[in-house]
Ligand binder design. Structure first.
Ligand code: ATP
Ligand code: MG
Length: 181
């Protein structure tokens, strides 16, 4: 049972080629949890351990992060059978997401890196748009990932683009625990 309801739930998108999409969604989650709302985040295309997974455990059950995929390499390095396996995990994730929306099981639902899933052809834009159409009035849905499809951009109420100006990666500085993951 939800303790509280948002007055009006909207659709937000965090996109762009600069850093800050997932962390913006996490910041939004932190704020909402503090205000007494329940936040679920489903993370796609992320296998390894990350700081947010550990931090979320301390905020359960108000904040929960769900993953459905086994740890694998980059999509383009996968064999056909690994891609098939990934596809079935993504289907399972999406079925779970549909259930969360249908049952209004949280106030804010974050679909982290869902754009990546669309670009890899593991879900269709229409499937995601149908889901957004089913969104209960008082539920907020946040989608993250580079290159948001036009149709999703049109449906969203808020679209923020993180623009790459500089990134330490370009100077050969690798990803750091607690900052990039
Ligand atoms: P973050 O999770 O730090 O908010 P993000 O969600 O905007 O980043 P993603 O596109 O999901 O970025 O990238 C995944 C990883 O790549 C993260 O570790 C992120 O910090 C890092 N990253 C983000 N933007 C860039 C970039 N322009 N160049 C190199 N690495 C990046
Ligand atoms: Mg991200």
């Amino acid at each position: 049972m939800l303790k509280k309801r948002l007055e009006k739930g909207l659709i937000q998108v965090y996109t762009g080629d600069g850093k800050g999409k997932t962390t913006a969604a996490l910041g939004q989650a932190l704020r909402a949890v503090g205000a007494g709302y329940r936040v679920y985040m489903v993370q796609f295309l992320k296998g390894g351990s990350t700081g947010e997974l550990e931090a979320a455990k301390r905020l359960e059950p108000e904040f929960r992060i769900f993953r459905f995929e086994k740890e694998r390499g980059f999509f383009w390095t996968l064999s056909d059978s690994e891609k098939k396996e990934l596809k079935s995990e993504v289907n399972e994730a999406f079925e779970f997401i549909r259930e969360v929306v249908r049952g209004e099981k949280c106030n804010i639902l974050i679909l982290d890196e869902v754009m990546g899933i669309l670009h890899n052809g593991l879900l269709t834009v229409d499937e995601v748009c149908n889901l957004l159409e089913q969104k209960p009035d008082k539920m907020e849905i946040i989608l993250t990932g580079r290159d948001v499809p036009e149709k999703i951009k049109e449906m969203a109420h808020l679209v923020t683009e993180m623009r790459l100006v500089k990134h330490p990666f370009d100077r050969g500085i690798g990803s750091r625990e607690g900052i990039e993951w």
